[in-house]
Design a protein around this ligand. Structure first.
Ligand code: AMP
Ligand code: TRP
Length: 336
């Protein structure tokens, strides 16, 4: 039996944080033996907000190396760079022309990011979810493992695929496979260290709000020491204690303990006793990733060869889908 397909991606915008790891990449690693996996570095998405051309290539290497360092295994998975496979841009254009504008205007992430950009908001930012739909649909992905914040984009992808199938395919002859989001409850939404009601985010201006995967042990210790807490005695998962919920949750995931086990261990503690425990748990989880990352980054030739092979494998799948789409749309195709 052929394995089902998984596709997911992360933008090369700055370092990955522990929310990206727990919400997305750790799940990819766990799932990978059971699926045929494609993981891309979505560098075309990275320029939908102002970016720095001087660091884009290096940031792309960083994310690819982090995929490997976190445990993505090339025996199960293909790693590639989105801009290396031109079918992504091409399908995005074709999907643009069959997607109603108001479907995009409804996207929460667009509205949030657009506010930050003011007058300079680009057409690309509005179009971002269509490019994401193209990423997914090109590979006939069955499952798309992402964090909670991407759920609406996955629903849009499904809507676009169904609309396209209706218009140009037909029941017996669907052009696109309809993908399913794969959002695990645990870790799907890691909150900011500075405000337990806000998602941990790469774009938060304060680095104290997040733990990056490449933070030094000293930085981790400092950030946890300074992170926001509350003044209630004892620790628990009460709904009205966002910071406490987030930090206990983080500790539980990293030490592979259930909520009950965390409560049993920590409910009588104060922050002064709990914070060093959490610090150690984070350092223990990140140290092996950092060691492997440093190793990989010293060998750019190896990374290049991984990405070159990834591009070829990705292209061989994506180009078949693109041809199917062009056929369905009625394009003149000349075979050589
Ligand atoms: P991004 O940083 O927007 O490229 O996101 C990459 C992946 O990490 C996506 O699957 C997101 O859903 C996931 N992600 C981002 N931030 C968080 C967070 N704070 N908690 C859990 N998952 C997250
Ligand atoms: N929009 C996603 C994010 O910011 C990244 C992404 C782009 C993606 N294309 C994708 C995720 C395809 C999954 C599948 O997290």
């Amino acid at each position: 039996m052929t394995k089902k397909r998984v596709l997911s991606g992360v933008q090369p915008t700055g370092n990955l944080h522990i929310g990206n790891y727990l919400g997305a990449i750790r799940n990819w690693v766990e799932l990978q033996p059971n699926y045929d996996n494609f993981f891309c570095v979505v560098d075309l998405h990275a320029i939908t907000v102002p970016h720095n051309p001087a660091t884009l290539a290096q940031d792309t290497y960083t994310i690819a190396a982090l995929y490997l360092a976190c445990g993505i295994d090339l025996n199960y998975s293909t790693i590639f760079v989105q801009s290396h496979v031109s079918a992504h841009s091409e399908l995005a254009w074709l999907l643009n022309c069959v997607t109603p504008l108001n479907w995009l205007e409804r996207m929460i992430q667009f509205k949030e990011k657009a506010i930050k950009q003011g007058e300079n908001v680009s057409v690309g930012l509005l179009d971002y979810p269509i490019l994401m739909a193209a990423d997914i649909l090109l590979y006939d992905a069955d499952q798309v493992p992402v964090g909670e914040d991407q759920k609406q984009h996955l629903e849009l992808t499904r809507d676009i695929a169904m609309r396209f199938n209706d218009k140009f395919g037909g029941e017996k002859n669907p052009i696109f496979k309809i993908p399913e989001p794969l959002i695990r409850q645990e870790g799907a939404r890691i909150m900011s260290l500075a405000d337990g009601t806000k998602k941990m985010s790469k774009s938060d201006p304060s680095p104290l709000s997040r733990i990056s995967l490449l933070d030094s042990s000293d930085d981790i210790q400092k950030k946890i020491k300074k992170c926001k807490t509350d003044t209630i005695m004892g620790l628990n998962f009460a709904n009205d204690r966002p910071e406490c919920n987030n930090l206990l949750g983080l500790y539980g995931i990293l030490t592979e303990k259930t909520k009950e086990e965390v409560i049993l261990e920590c409910s009588d503690m104060g922050w002064g006793k709990f914070k060093p425990l959490l610090t150690d748990a984070i350092i223990n989880a990140l140290t092996p990733i950092q060691t492997k990352y440093n190793e990989i980054m010293t060998d750019k030739n190896y990374l290049d060869s991984v990405l070159k092979e990834g591009k070829e494998k990705a292209e061989s799948v994506a180009n078949i889908t693109l041809k199917r789409v062009k056929d369905a749309l009625g394009y003149l195709i000349i075979t050589s």
